[in-house]
Design a protein around this ligand. Sequence first.
Ligand code: ADP
Length: 341
Amino acid sequence: MMTEPETTPTSNPMPASPPSGQPQPAAGTMPGARLVALVNEEPEVLEPVSSSGFGLVNDSTATPVAVPKVATIDHIGPELVPPPPPDPASILAAPGIGAQASPTISEPIIALSNVSVQYTNGVKALSDIDLMIPHGDFVFLVGATGAGKSTILKLLYMDARATSGRVWVNGRDLTTAKSSDTPYVRRRMGIILQDFGLLPRRTVWENVAFACHVIGQSRRETRKRLPEVLERVGMLHRADAYPNELSGGEQQRVAIARALINDPPLLVADEPTGSLDPKTGAEIMDLLAETAARGTTVVVATHDKSAVDRLQKRVVALSGGRIIRDDAVGSYGVDDLEETT
Ligand code: ADP
């Protein structure tokens, strides 16, 4: 039996403080513009789940659902130097990108061409990055803390903007995308972060169902897809559990289920095993590798040396905001990464 969710307004469970150096957001806006705002902003009222637990109540009985706030580039923009006008010549010159207006399915799902990112505090997080990732690839981004791994991922989900160069994701030029396009861009990818980002007062089922609602999935689709995806991550038997009743690995599995609910062509994960013990971390990495084996493109930023060495996937190593190594079948390496661990 599923636990009935509360229907009273609740506070935002993840009032993520903006990183130091970032401007405070205006009252009523999301702090920090974290992607998790797409799914982690607890709604004021969540649709009740049917007693079977396998679907949402029908329209006639459903409580109106408050639309969650979604982070937009407006909340991000002030921290970044605005990009200069696009240079069409550089786009046409980008490897893997033809003269067409947009890449086709045969083009890379991700294409970064001569990308640099400078934050408004003057830090140049990325310099002259060229990176092509074909559909279905599994790529590890490795490098010391501050090397620029997260900034690359943030470019992909529009939590950061290129200061110069071009960023193509899922056939879209994100350097010319509007802030209002952000939710649509994010809808075509799953995002996994180190801290899981589950709604603490919602069950496993409700956490994933809420993500379905946010992406506009129909109730019929949700009823069909939710058990499948929970089963795939091995969490269907814990559908009624609350996050604090789960281990870290189980919470990350739920986060992965939530990210996969839309069957996105692209999954990006930022330190997905960072807070897990080695054995649990290995299970989560295996789950991501399985996801890639089903055709989803997976990009993982990680310090997890054992996983990188074990899985033998493509490894892109960063140092000081530059790509210093790109091995089709690589290992973590340490000599060039200035790692101390
Ligand atoms: P990594 O993920 O490899 O640890 P990041 O991409 O997070 O690296 O950071 C790259 C550089 O950009 C670092 O020097 C970091 O301090 C800086 N940086 C990251 N985010 C911001 C931000 N929001 N504002 C200013 N500087 C930032």
